[in-house]
Design a protein around this ligand. Structure first.
Ligand code: PLP
Length: 375
């Protein structure tokens, strides 16, 4: 049976050039970057070149990039340290964040008794900017944590607007940009963002490597203690091949951004058109024209009891899709993201997140539609 992968918001296939780069580093640069002999220096050099390349692609300083084991760790590090070390007494976030932020904020609230406010979500799955402005109007030292692109529905935060609001209210701004980095150009020299997080496996790089961007002159403390790696901010021997692979993946993604974006946008438009013909009662969580070009979330008019089975049923037909984030794909519970803004009558209906990459074709979309008709 043909296997079709339409779950690129969960993870992406490595680019061949990334595999080549990583294999080269694995075989040629096996030294420990902390060692002071030549083997170590060479490995360290690989890391620093990667850091420079990533910084160039995000238009920030190389010193502002800290490598972590994943985006979840980077989010934990920034959120926790901002309370422990920057005197943050209040976090403004939203109910549609990834659990890497939501659960961390809940834990920190219990541990430190900080205030947490959730900005309201509109019917189209975006944050309510007026509400954010109202919430910011308080004296307590605040950090705003809002994701760039929502991983379940693809809605896009207006980074510039939020950054300006935070700046004018003297609040820190942290954005989990895991679904945006590599899919859009982010110019950190133009945006007043204090902290940004990314993960290589979402842009055709390896798993197990992430980035914490920390704006110059903001002094965080580590949450993992041990060696002096990453200027003492993240102990543990660096994953040299993963770091090199991530830098290469970001570079290629951004070099090919316009062409790949156009191709993926066409696939999404084609899918929306076909869905509206074949399943006229389906609705979209997040307006397709407003959501990022690679993600679409559809609620189907099928029977409620198919909700928990939909990923399985599609998989039986060779189609890999997801319900919300990968960690909740098999669950029959509605996703916390949809719960935040979708009317109750649709919440128990089968829903599916389809997420494309440049490797997909219209044939893949046709296969998806064929499989849907069998449900
Ligand atoms: N944040 C968002 C928005 C994500 O989509 C994901 C991955 O699903 C994560 C964080 C976690 O990333 P990682 O797998 O690198 O920990």
């Amino acid at each position: 049976m043909k296997q079709v992968y339409l779950d690129n918001a969960s993870t992406t296939q490595l680019r061949p050039e990334v595999i080549t780069e990583m294999t080269k580093v694995l075989s040629e640069n096996f030294g420990n970057p902390s060692s002071s002999h030549n083997f170590g220096r060479e490995a360290k050099n690989v890391i620093e070149l990667a850091r420079k390349s990533i910084a160039k692609n995000l238009n920030c300083n190389a010193q502002e990039i800290v490598f972590t084991s994943c985006a979840t760790e980077a989010n934990n590090f920034i959120l926790r340290s901002s309370i422990q070390n920057l005197g943050v007494k209040r976090i403004i976030t939203s109910k549609i964040e990834h659990h890497a932020v939501l659960h961390t904020v809940e834990i920190l609230q219990k541990e430190y008794n900080i205030d947490v406010d959730y900005v309201s979500i509109t019917k189209s799955g975006t944050i309510n900017y007026d509400d954010l402005e109202d919430l910011l109007n308080q004296d307590k030292k605040t950090l705003v944590s809002l994701m760039h692109v929502n991983n379940e529905i693809g809605t896009v935060l207006q980074l510039e607007k939020v950054a300006e609001l935070c700046k004018s209210n003297n609040a820190y701004f942290h954005t989990d940009a895991v679904q945006g980095v590599g899919k859009s150009k982010i110019d950190l020299s133009q945006l007043s963002i204090d902290f940004l997080v990314a993960s290589a496996h979402k842009f055709h790089g390896p798993k197990g490597i992430g980035i914490a961007f920390i704006r110059k002159n903001i002094v965080l403390q580590p949450i993992i203690f041990g060696g002096e790696q990453e200027k003492g901010l993240r102990a543990g021997t660096e994953s040299v091949h993963n770091i090199a692979g991530m830098a290469r993946a970001l570079e290629i993604s951004l070099d090919n951004l316009e062409d790949e974006k156009k191709h993926i946008q066409e696939l999404k438009n084609y899918l929306v058109e076909k869905l509206q013909i074949e399943f006229p009662e389906c609705i979209f969580a997040g307006t397709p024209e407003e959501t990022q070009y690679n993600i679409i979330n559809v609620i189907f008019p099928f029977d409620d009891n198919k909700s928990g089975m939909i990923v399985f049923l599609m998989d039986m037909n060779g189609i890999a899709i997801s319900r919300g984030s990968a960690c909740q794909s098999g669950s029959s519970k509605p996703s916390h993201v949809l719960e935040a803004f979708i009317d109750k009558e649709y919440l128990m209906k089968p829903n599916m997140r389809i997420s494309f990459s440049h490797y997909n074709t219209t044939d893949d979309v046709d296969s998806l539609l064929q499989a849907l008709k069998k449900i």
